[in-house]
Write a protein that binds this ligand. Structure first.
Ligand code: CU
Ligand code: CU
Length: 378
């Protein structure tokens, strides 16, 4: 099985006729053969510029087809390869995946809800409802037993609310609607360790989550989760359902697509394939921890890291429920899990939902182990 290209074949949704694709593949193959012949004839094939595949530390078993992005892959990714799309992708500032530090005392969570046009993929804008100007909302990090003070100010156009899965509290009192222009606050004590979703709970919840109102809260167990992690990343999986292409003007939510679970994009932290362009760093032998939340609104996330295994998997982040040596672990929509892994050698390691429709729609990123050069797709 190829461990390189197909997993990374995130593409902008396009509709290309199969015949056109077949012709393009044929022509590209022909071009590649001619190119190879020319290079071999010139005798400088060995000194051509490094291809991305050369940075990937392809194993000896890898065939040329596995180790090299094929021209065909380029053919079916037209929008991804245009200079404009590349420029947008390169200037996009990725959502910070690093787990923010703990603070002492009461954790203050002050959120001003805003309606904003967000970039959700290279060159694609969506009219979002957000907790604090972005989607996901900010990552909240607390310690078991810490008090959380939540203050919502509704700067949007319609009522919103906030529902914390980490809280044991009466929803009718705490998770109630806040009207535009109003501020509402409540406290809860984060007594249950884990990684949890928070989201707007105003009906229809499907529309509010699908419009960007979701985020993650990490509750460390007393004394911290053992063993210690060398690096900690937070990944929130979610889908976008667009009523247009979002290119000439921002798209808005397509409720029918959302009802039928037919997204245009599936992402880590709100932007398609952003950690493929901006990989998350790590070093060989480190204990790398992922806090994963599947925000949905409707898709589960089958968490998998290509090229390694999950040393520990804590379902819902509960320190008592640990699975070891797992390959893929399901995080249900509305759920969370914590994963530890390590890498044995330098290279680029994709992290995905192994439900591959999601990869195709953008739920793929890379861990760059050892600061190697290149990327896996270009
Ligand atoms: Cu809302
Ligand atoms: Cu919920």
């Amino acid at each position: 099985m190829s461990t390189i290209d197909p997993r990374l074949s995130y593409q902008q949704p396009t509709r290309t006729h199969p015949l056109v694709v077949a012709m393009a593949i044929f022509m590209s193959g022909l071009f590649a053969i001619v190119l190879v012949l020319v290079l071999v004839t010139r005798g400088d094939g060995g000194s051509t510029p490094a291809t991305p595949a050369e940075h990937v530390h392809a194993t000896a078993a890898a065939t040329p087809a596995e180790a090299n992005p094929t021209p065909a892959a380029t053919v079916v990714e037209p929008s991804h390869h245009t200079p404009a799309a590349t420029a947008v992708a390169d200037t996009h500032t990725p959502y910070p995946a690093e787990l923010p530090p703990l603070v002492s005392g009461v954790k203050q969570v002050r959120l001003t809800l805003k309606d904003v046009d967000l970039q959700i993929a290279p060159g694609v804008t969506f009219h979002a409802w957000t907790f604090a100007g972005g989607a996901p909302g900010p990552v909240i990090h607390v310690r078991q037993g810490q008090k959380v003070h939540v203050e919502l100010t509704n700067g949007g156009a319609i009522p919103h609310s906030i529902d914390f899965h980490a809280a044991r509290i009466a929803p009718n009192l705490a998770f109630k609607d806040v009207k535009p222009g109003e501020t509402f606050s409540f406290d809860f004590v984060a007594n249950d360790p884990g990684v949890f979703m928070y989201h707007c709970g105003t009906p229809p919840v499907l529309a509010h989550i699908a419009s960007g109102m979701y985020g993650a809260i990490v509750v460390d167990p007393k004394g911290g989760l053992q063993p210690k992690a060398d690096r900690s990343y937070v990944l929130v999986g979610s889908e976008w359902y667009l009523n247009g292409d979002g290119k000439s003007q921002p798209a808005s939510l397509d409720m029918e697509k959302a009802r039928h679970m037919q997204p245009d994009f599936v992402t880590w932290n709100g932007f398609a394939a952003q950690y493929k362009t901006h990989p998350l760093p790590a070093e060989v032998g480190e204990n790398v921890r992922f806090y994963v939340v599947a925000a949905g609104p409707s898709f589960d996330t089958a968490f998998h890291v290509v090229g390694t295994l999950l040393d520990r998997a804590w379902t819902d982040g509960d320190p008592h429920h640990v699975l070891t040596g797992a390959q893929t672990v399901e995080v249900p929509a509305g759920g969370g899990a914590i994963f530890d892994t390590h890498f044995d050698e330098n290279g680029l390691y994709p992290f995905v939902s192994h439900s591959f429709a999601s990869v195709d729609m953008g739920q793929v990123g890379l861990v760059n182990v050892g600061n190697v050069k290149g990327t896996m797709s270009h």
